[in-house]
Design a protein around this ligand. Structure first.
Ligand SMILES: C[S@@+](CC[C@H](N)C(=O)[O-])C[C@H]1O[C@@H](n2cnc3c(N)ncnc32)[C@H](O)[C@@H]1O
Length: 332
């Protein structure tokens, strides 16, 4: 499999390292990310040995993530009935307002004619299914939607969830497909039997929730951002939500602190690190901030307490909130 990030010729939106460095100097956005990646991952991939030019350690990580997300435990964690009260609350509140603001960035004509939407790393489809109901409530027209994930087990669960929670007319516009975030176009092209050129410039809206960090951990975040860039129409919008490195109380971290034998954890990027590959791929980064104090898995009481004190927490410690948010747009 060809590695896109290092071997593709520079495009008009990504005019090679020199031009990017000039832009970066102007915005100051991606410097830390690029320095690290240019000196190691990004420039070093070509000579690597594993499939697609990855290192052995990266391949092992991918294997570990894949095992984690093909377990029955993963299905329970990412399906609506068993995921926890917190995620339902967030989908109706914090995440919903992010999605509505991002949808507002699309031209009115697109919202009337019908949006083509893509969720990458969709798990069992909770966000995408919610988005489809949201569009209906807001009177925004949906042309089609597709959810992708590298876990066949979660894709199967997503199909079932859509059947359970969507009206037939919405359900018929939705597809799920097994695809990796870093090779979306290639994988979608084989899965859907469409030419890559047919897929490029075809989506209006894309989102990825709690999935980019896995690409990051194996140096594939730029591949992911570039695939999304190519899939979106000019003016198309991408929303990324993921864990905030600066939040001090993630349950997995706390548990690990008390383990004698520490479990290997997925690397959590900084806000700049989440935004940088999108900037580098050619996107305009429109929003880049921390938000949200409610854990996905929280019960009713904790959720109520945390959502009640969120306005105060946002004033005193916004950079420590649970999630990082990046909203970006492909230039028109
Ligand atoms: C924490 S879960 C989030 C699932 C879903 N977005 C949600 O919010 O309910 C992370 C998801 O990313 C998927 N994933 C991890 N690495 C991936 C990759 N390289 N390509 C595609 N999916 C990936 C996992 O299978 C899993 O479904």
């Amino acid at each position: 499999m060809r590695r896109q990030s290092t071997e593709d010729p520079p495009t008009s939106h990504n005019c090679g390292t020199m031009a990017w460095q000039a832009e970066e100097a102007a915005s100051g956005l991606a410097s830390g990310w690029a320095r690290g990646r240019l000196s190691s991952g990004l420039e070093g991939r070509r000579g690597r040995s594993g499939p697609g030019g990855s290192t052995e350690a990266e391949d092992q990580q991918v294997e570990m993530f894949f095992r984690q997300y093909t377990s029955q435990e993963a299905v329970a964690k990412f399906t609506k009935a068993t995921a926890g009260f917190g995620i339902s609350y967030l989908l109706d509140n914090d995440y919903q307002s992010v999605y509505l603001r991002a949808l507002d960035l699309l031209p009115q004509q697109t919202r009337e004619r019908g949006i083509r939407m893509l969720e990458f790393g969709c798990g069992a489809g909770m966000n995408l299914i919610h988005m489809i109901s949201l569009l209906r409530r807001e009177g925004i027209s949906l042309d089609s939607a597709i959810g992708t994930d590298f876990s066949p087990v979660l894709i199967e669960a997503a199909v079932q969830e859509a059947r359970n929670y969507l009206r037939l007319e919405d359900w018929s516009k939705l597809q799920f497909s097994v695809a990796k975030n870093e090779t979306l176009i290639e994988n979608l092209s084989s899965a859907l039997g469409k030419e890559r050129t047919e897929l490029e410039n075809s989506f209006h809206f894309s989102l990825g929730v709690n999935t980019l960090r896995y690409c990051y951990a194996v140096n594939r975040e730029l591949d992911c951002a570039r695939n999304i860039f190519r899939l979106l129409v000019p003016g198309g919008v991408c929303v990324v939500i993921d864990m905030n490195k600066r939040f001090p109380f993630f349950r997995s971290d706390l548990k690990n602190r008390f383990r004698r034998q520490k479990e290997k954890q997925c690397y959590v990027p900084s806000l700049e690190e989440y935004a940088a590959p999108f900037f580098y791929a050619g996107f305009e980064v429109l929003r880049k901030e921390h938000f949200c104090w409610v854990p996905h898995s929280s019960g009713k009481a904790l959720c109520r307490l945390l959502s009640g004190i969120s306005p105060l927490l946002n004033v005193v410690a916004k950079s420590r909130a649970m999630r990082s948010l990046v909203v970006c747009r492909k230039p028109r």
